[in-house]
Write a protein that binds this ligand. Structure first.
Ligand SMILES: [Zn+2]
Length: 104
């Protein structure tokens, strides 16, 4: 298991930055969840693509529990912010019923 600090350091590392970019390029800068649902979100112009602000690279097997897969391209998937949040919210709901209420 990785601590919060260790994960923060991981996401700042140069190794992660470069493998993250490889994952984005492999997935054509497209959200793979939207693509699967036939609701493809394509960032059309090159300038937007370069910024890829609205896309996240997610760990299929969570970094926290599978740190050894943290830099494996096979374990990475490109998600838009919307889908990434959806995945995260689902996780919160499952693990902590009250997390949502605390936001209010
Ligand atoms: Zn999406």
């Amino acid at each position: 298991m990785l601590s919060k600090e260790q994960r923060r350091a991981f996401y700042k590392s140069r190794a992660w930055q470069s493998v993250r970019l490889l994952a984005l390029e492999r997935d054509n800068f497209e959200c793979q969840a939207c693509k699967k649902n036939g609701d493809l979100f394509i960032q059309q112009d090159e300038a937007t693509k370069q910024k890829h602000k609205r896309l996240d690279v997610d760990h299929i097997k969570e970094l926290e529990q599978f740190p050894e897969l943290g830099l494996e391209l096979e374990n990475l998937i490109t998600l838009c912010v919307k889908c990434h949040n959806k995945k995260h919210q689902r996780f919160i709901k499952k693990s902590n019923k009250w997390a949502h209420d605390e936001n209010w």
